[in-house]
Design a protein around this ligand. Structure first.
Ligand code: ZN
Length: 145
């Protein structure tokens, strides 16, 4: 079971997170916290004409939360705000419903094992909750609780 949770891609992204830096010219940003696990995440976006040009994150957390944020930044680059919202909703469904798995989530499918571990769902969704706050311009800290 644990192998399903810690997929090799998750381990890779938790050890070498992509886009893990402050984005100086970000025009949207938000901060999130998952009190259940202690994960912290800041998301930075550079959005232009409704398209996400750059997205980075910073923070400290468990392997699941770090890998999720890292894979999220890769998945979002070049997406429109609308596409990002759609992806966010699908990712949430992947983790929180017992519906058949969606087929169009690419690398994000490695998190499908997390739905068997309800306590870890908030780790995996933290970066995405934070993204939503950044997209909607709510500058306040969010919690995935
Ligand atoms: Zn965590």
């Amino acid at each position: 079971m644990i192998n399903d949770l810690y997929h090799e891609t998750i381990l890779d992204h938790s050890k070498r997170p992509r886009n893990f830096q402050l984005l100086e010219d970000a025009n949207r940003r938000a901060e999130g916290y998952n009190p259940l696990c202690g994960d912290k995440c800041k998301v930075f976006l550079k959005e232009h004409d409704g398209v996400i040009d750059k997205v980075t994150f910073q923070g400290a957390g468990c392997a699941i939360s770090t890998a999720s944020a890292s894979l999220m930044t890769e998945a979002l680059k070049g997406k429109t705000i609308g596409e990002a919202e759609t992806l966010l909703a699908k990712f949430h469904d992947l983790l929180t419903t017992d519906q058949p798995l969606p087929k169009d989530l690419g690398k994000l499918m490695v998190f499908s094992g997390v739905r068997e571990f309800p306590a870890r769902v908030k780790c995996a969704t933290l970066a995405w909750h934070t993204l939503r706050a950044a997209l909607r311009g709510a500058g306040e800290a969010v919690s995935s609780e």
